[in-house]
Design a protein around this ligand. Structure first.
Ligand SMILES: *Cc1c(COP(=O)(O)O)cnc(C)c1O
Length: 497
């Protein structure tokens, strides 16, 4: 069955998967969604016998129906290879009352690698399929992890350039060093004097800037996106929810048909939406537990039905979740609005103008499968410390937010269903916050001393991604005001005004 894509704000015009990937964002400002979510083509028992790559094919081929079998298999093989430090790709680790789904074994040790190691291949394949003759310029806003993972994926990929905008004062020191040491003739990194929302809003504006698009086209370029607003990011993320379920089945941890819960540390709402899509495909999932840090706009939304970004932006120790405009929530809003683009558009316009919107009671009724809560900085640090003391397992700050929210959920509901917690980053990426949570004495140490110390403490070798940047030279030093983002892009691409 063919799956087509249309905009959450548009008139209903349908395009193919490869066109949607190439374009990134719809020109009306909406996000592309599949016209219907496909179901799995084989049984869960069959899937339980498959490798990660095979499961990836089964899932992705259902969504990306205009890719040939060969095209998709080549993309998958190139993505999920030795760049990952384990053949399982996404291993499950049982600790206390949950299974941690470790999504940080790729090249940049955050879960963004799960999708961004394949997106460049999907993108270049899409360009070929559609006979696109322009050089693709990937514009990316990052709260710290997407930027590095996207550059690692796109570095020196012919026919592409990538420009990353990150909040200069809103990422961890390791995250910043990872980005500023990025090699590749086609990679550009820009620190902006604003927060992640400013970066994301700036990027979205450029996508919708008709004048800029014209200048670009004349110079032989076209924009695309590596953010989770691109459907090519979302689809590969569905894979590991399917995979983790069937691996639990294979190991006999759950029985056929048994429901599990999923906990996701959430920022832009992409990862948890992928879990929601996995359920529509046929994976028995009970609750989607949406975990926020002190930027708890989503918690308030699930409580009240009102999405309100008018509040103070808090810089936390889980910076990849420091977000007040969760872009992918729009895909869920569209769905619970009965796939009504007009209704969705009104709400998104209200968000744009007044910084808030309210959903109807009827829409609220369709959110029963979601549970939202948040963890304070203090609770997050306590979780890291307790988990380490009780089990020896060291959580990163984002995963600790999720674990802390899960603890609250269990206390509140007494729900004993088996639970998968999306473990979104290696603790080595947020070493200082993690080590300080375990013991304040570590605060005196240098960043790389701390890394060696963490390796000893957690009994895990220092990941290659960290070893590589220990002595690597800084290659990027651009800084700009967020208002000046279009000028920076013109400058990088050599487009005169
Ligand atoms: C990006 C990121 C998140 C948030 O994921 P979303 O899909 O944006 O909700 C959580 N944790 C880490 C470590 C991340 O890099």
């Amino acid at each position: 069955m063919q799956v087509l894509y249309k905009s959450t704000r548009g008139t209903g015009k349908e395009i193919t998967a490869s066109q949607a990937i190439l374009q990134g964002l719809s020109e009306d400002g909406g996000l592309f969604v599949p016209t219907s979510i496909p179901t799995l083509g084989c049984s869960l028992e069959e899937l339980s016998q498959m490798s990660y790559q095979e499961v990836a094919y089964e899932v992705m081929s259902r969504f990306l129906t205009d890719f040939t079998e060969e095209e998709l298999k080549v993309c998958i093989a190139k993505a999920y290879d030795e760049k990952f430090d384990t053949r399982e790709i996404a291993p499950l680790v049982q600790k206390k009352n949950a299974y941690f789904l470790e999504l940080f074994h790729g090249a940049t040790i955050a879960f963004k690698d799960m999708a961004l190691s394949i997106l460049p291949h999907l993108m270049t394949t899409s360009a070929k399929k559609n006979h696109a003759d322009k050089e693709i310029v990937i514009l990316t806003a990052t709260s710290g992890d997407t930027g590095k993972a996207a550059m690692a994926g796109f570095a020196d990929v012919p026919g592409t350039r990538i420009i990353v905008f990150y909040p200069k004062h809103g990422v961890s020191p390791i995250q910043e060093k990872q980005m500023l040491t990025q090699k590749g003739k086609n990679t550009y990194v820009v620190g902006i004097t604003g927060n992640f929302d400013d970066a994301q809003t700036g990027v979205k504006k450029m996508f919708n800037d008709k004048e800029l698009a014209k200048e670009l086209a004349e110079a032989g370029f076209q924009f695309s996106s590596a953010n989770s607003i691109n459907i090519g990011r979302l689809v590969p993320q569905v894979v590991y929810y399917v995979y983790s379920y069937v691996k639990l089945l294979e190991k006999g941890e759950i029985e056929k048909g048994e429901e599990i819960n999923v906990v996701v540390p959430t920022g832009n709402f992409g990862n948890i939406l992928a879990a929601f899509y996995a359920k529509q495909m046929g994976i028995p999932i009970g609750k989607f537990i949406c975990a926020s840090n002190e930027n708890k706009v989503l918690y308030d939304f699930f409580q009240t039905g009102c999405y309100d970004r008018n509040r103070e932006f808090v810089l936390t120790n889980s910076p990849s979740m420091d977000i007040l405009i969760s872009s992918n929530l729009e895909r869920l809003i569209y769905r619970i609005a009965g796939n009504d683009a007009e209704k969705n558009k009104k709400m998104m316009e209200a968000l744009n103008q007044d910084g808030k919107y309210e959903i109807t009671e009827e829409m609220k009724g369709k959110l029963q499968e979601f549970y939202g809560n948040y963890a304070s900085e203090e609770e997050t640090a306590q979780m890291i410390k307790h988990m380490y003391e009780e089990t020896g397992y060291v959580l990163d700050t984002h995963t600790a937010v999720a674990a802390s929210v899960y603890e609250k959920y269990v206390k509140e509901t007494k729900d004993t269903r088996k639970t998968v917690i999306a473990s979104t980053a290696s603790p080595f990426k947020f070493t200082r916050s993690v080590m300080n949570a375990i013991d304040e004495k570590y605060d005196r140490m240098e960043d790389f001393e701390l890394i060696d110390e963490l390796s000893k403490l957690g009994k895990v070798p220092v990941p290659k991604a960290i070893e590589e940047i220990r002595t690597a030279p800084l290659l990027h030093d651009r800084v700009a005001e967020s208002d000046a983002m279009p000028e920076v892009v013109r400058d990088i691409l050599g487009i005169a005004r």
